[in-house]
Design a protein around this ligand. Structure first.
Ligand code: MTE
Ligand code: MO
Length: 368
């Protein structure tokens, strides 16, 4: 059972999942970067929903795959080291590279899984750390595959049962059985959680954390209470300021409702892996910053009533500002926005990570 035949097959699938996680992770990291050299595309509107959904789904599948992979190979760690200085040096170098790979892989899966459940039991900042370790994991994976390539090729080229010296006792698990159980475990992990983002899996995803319960049929990541939104701030005193240089236009919620409204069907896709679609109604963002005659391509800083926290502000890059679909939403699915979804007004833009869809918006400032 603990054979190259099994390790190579599980390793192949694990490697593909890691590669998908790596690429989709780069996309997500770039989408959240404030200093993008090239603007993130606004189309397709569902793009980020798909890449981030895939990121979390393949990452989840990696958990049982990695456990089986480690189980098949761990006795190798306790193999007696070879004699001779050169061979010993090569062996030490290889084991060190594997230690780095295993440690970074476990870190990525554990931190990612905790993040998906909204649990942050650590002091470091998640995004830069998960990003940095992604390079370590993928780099040590490439080294590992390069070192093992001859072994991998011969194992994948041969029958699974190649090299078996004797039949196991009747009824014992075979290599094929182990592989089948491994794929089944990965599939169960995916089906149990993918309802976070795949609508028709909602009912069967028993371990999904965000399947649409929440006000107005859409989950919430942070409630108004958790964000410290004061009831007075969203009442009659609420205004939206649209600012460019010395100019400021101040609008009440009634003023916003009196402007031309548009309804757009757009997804909201949280980096934590859940997503959903809604019909958003409100004022086209471009119409708002036209009030202060902002040139095409201007970036806009969005500020929330929320006082603290990294999500209390975001920057809409020019491409998003000028996209017709980008809306300062006042209503969702035909109802006034719930306070937890960002009442009095929130940003909704196509192909954008959820963390940048700022809620409780009180200020739009055109960047110079
Ligand atoms: N001001 C503010 N806006 C915010 C957040 C926040 O914490 N504060 N959370 C963001 C995150 S992480 C997501 S995924 C979306 C979720 O929107 P919803 O709660 O309306 O579904 O809102 C975003 N907007
Ligand atoms: Mo989010």
């Amino acid at each position: 059972m603990r054979s190259t035949a099994v390790a190579a097959r599980v390793g192949l699938v694990l490697g593909v999942c890691f590669a998908i996680c790596f690429v989709t992770g780069l996309v997500s990291h770039y989408a959240q970067d404030v200093a993008q050299p090239l603007g993130f595309p606004t189309s397709p509107a569902w793009g980020y929903r798909v890449t981030q959904g895939l990121h979390v789904i393949t990452g989840t599948a990696c958990v049982p795959l990695l456990l089986v992979k480690l189980w098949t190979v761990y006795p190798q760690l306790f193999r007696r080291p070879p004699r001779g200085l050169r061979r010993l040096a090569v062996e030490v170098a290889e084991r060190l590279s594997i230690a780095v790979l295993v440690a970074s892989a476990i870190f990525q899966l554990a931190s990612g899984l905790a993040n998906v459940t909204g649990w942050y039991p650590w002091a470091f900042s998640f995004r830069p750390t998960h990003y940095a370790l992604a390079w370590v994991a993928i780099g040590s994976l490439v080294v590992h595959v390069a070192v093992k390539l001859p072994l991998i090729r011969s194992a994948l080229g041969a029958d699974v049962d190649e090299g078996l010296e004797q039949e196991g006792p009747p009824g014992a698990l075979s290599r094929r059985g182990l592989l089948g159980a491994t794929w089944a475990a990965a599939a169960v992990a995916v089906v149990a959680t993918a309802g976070n983002t795949v609508p028709w899996l909602r009912k069967v995803s028993v371990l999904a954390t965000h399947t649409g319960d929440g006000p107005q049929g859409l989950p919430i990541t942070r409630s108004a209470k958790a964000a410290g939104i004061e009831p007075e701030a969203v009442g009659a005193a609420y205004v939206l300021e649209v600012v460019r240089g010395e100019r400021t236009v101040t609008l009440s919620r009634e003023d916003l409702l009196a402007m031309e409204q548009q309804t757009r069907t757009l997804p909201i896709a949280c980096v934590e892996g859940w997503s959903g679609t809604a019909d958003w109604t409100g004022v086209r963002l471009r119409d708002l910053i036209d009030l202060v005659e902002a040139p095409l391509g201007s970036d806009v800083q969005v500020t929330s009533l929320q006082q603290r926290g990294a999500f209390s502000r975001s920057v809409l890059q020019g491409g998003f500002v000028d996209d017709e679909r980008t809306t300062l939403a006042l209503a969702i699915n035909g109802e006034t926005l719930n306070l937890d979804h960002g009442y009095p007004a929130r940003i909704i833009a196509p192909n954008r990570p959820g963390v940048l869809q700022t809620k409780w918006v009180t200020r739009l400032e055109v960047q110079a």
